[in-house]
Design a protein around this ligand. Structure first.
Ligand SMILES: Cc1cc2nc3c(=O)[nH]c(=O)nc-3n(C[C@H](O)[C@H](O)[C@H](O)COP(=O)(O)O)c2cc1C
Ligand SMILES: Nc1ncnc2c1ncn2[C@@H]1O[C@H](COP(=O)(O)OP(=O)(O)O)[C@@H](O)[C@H]1O
Length: 331
């Protein structure tokens, strides 16, 4: 997948993790102008199962017609930053998995005052060279969200462009799959439901930074990540899978999110002890898949007691992994 963005810092992690060339904005803009494209509009926070239906249909259509697919979305959406399920880099990771050709991360400020007509003419027709457009049933656009799917349909029709509107995708219980529902399940720690509605596990992608360097002393070194502008599960301990930049192997481990009240630092941290691993990975990008809430974070009366509990958390998760593994083998 190629990127069209002027804000490279937002995609730095995914560029490094996937070891791809730093995108050239002007070159890629020129490239899409020479193609005929299917433009897919939306926020795609989480790239959940509903989003995936739109993406798959668009990709299929593009294949049939010899077109390219472009997801057009905003880099820094103005509101609700801390409720985002995916950062730009994480969104890019899943869009790439869905075989999208280009991801255009537009600065919202650039287009926020465009009327629906202007948006269609300047963005969809001129910049993106659209042959067809896809969006979800609740898509809005233009100044103050003045345009909806009906407006878009009419504006595209006069330009002989087809709009494909995806109706709401439902889960097995007949409820609409939405980013809001997924956020609530993340907060509740119900990762079975989170994974079911996302169609993949909740991920945290980031660079390993220095922490207090106490982990190694207590026998549980932890790879620490920066806190990003996104939603995090409640402070607590989670069973996770870990992927490390440049390493094919998938590791298991336990992650703690919180303020480490026992050692009284109070700084927010997201840190993971990786099982059967002993390497220096400072500066590397890692991708964590969150699978289960094990318990909530707690203040222990001593570091010794904390150490004992971390040992129990790790054993609990190792046993569970063994159980999953045996079940898989017997199936
Ligand atoms: C599985 C796991 C569970 C943890 N649970 C707690 C906890 O309940 N309370 C707490 O104060 N710290 C908890 N921690 C965080 C430790 O305090 C922290 O890892 C330790 O201070 C080392 O930090 P460092 O990586 O910055 O050196 C946990 C860490 C792990 C890996
Ligand atoms: N099994 C492991 N799990 C996590 N990190 C490990 C492991 N083995 C070695 N490391 C390395 O050690 C560092 C963590 O050690 P730690 O003492 O907790 O320091 P810090 O407080 O800086 O995170 C990680 O960033 C990584 O480079």
């Amino acid at each position: 997948m190629k990127f069209i963005t002027e804000n490279l810092t937002e995609i730095k992690d995914i560029i490094e993790y996937c070891n791809v060339e730093v995108p050239d904005y002007y070159k890629n803009i020129e490239e899409i102008k020479h193609n005929k494209n299917i433009v897919i509009l939306g926020n795609f926070d989480g790239v959940h199962k509903g989003h995936q239906v739109i993406l798959q249909k668009a990709v299929e259509r593009a294949k049939d017609k010899g077109l390219k697919t472009i997801v057009y979305t905003f880099s820094e959406y103005p509101k609700n930053q801390q409720t985002k399920i995916t950062t730009c880099s994480e969104k890019a990771y899943f869009l790439d998995k869905n075989k999208i050709d280009y991801l255009c991360l537009e600065q919202f400020e650039k287009v926020r005052n465009y009327s629906p007509e202007e948006f269609v003419e300047k963005v969809i027709v001129n910049d993106l060279n659209a042959a067809e457009v896809y969006c979800g049933f609740n898509f809005t656009f233009g100044k103050g969200k003045s345009g909806n799917v009906e407006t878009l349909k009419k504006l595209l029709e006069v330009r002989k462009l087809k709009l494909n509107v995806q109706k709401a995708v439902l889960d097995d219980d007949g409820e609409i799959i939405s980013s809001t529902r997924i956020r609530n399940y993340i907060k509740e720690g119900n990762f079975e439901k989170v994974s079911e509605l996302l169609g993949h596990n909740f991920i945290i992608l980031g660079e390993v930074i220095y922490g207090k360097q106490l982990g190694r002393v207590i026998g549980f070194p932890t790879a620490n990540l920066k806190f990003e502008n996104k939603i995090y599960p409640e402070f607590g301990v989670y069973g996770v899978k870990i992927h490390i930049q440049g390493d094919e192997k998938i590791y298991n481990g336990v992650m703690n999110i919180g303020r480490n009240p026992t050692v009284n630092v109070g700084i927010l941290s997201v840190e993971t002890n990786i099982f059967d691993f002993n390497e220096d990975i400072y500066g590397k990008i890692i991708l964590i898949e969150v699978l289960e809430n094990i318990r909530y974070e707690k203040k222990f009366s001593s570091v010794e007691k904390l150490k004992e509990q971390i040992g129990k958390d790790a054993s609990y998760w190792k046993n569970k992994i063994d159980k999953y593994q045996k079940e898989k083998e017997n199936r």
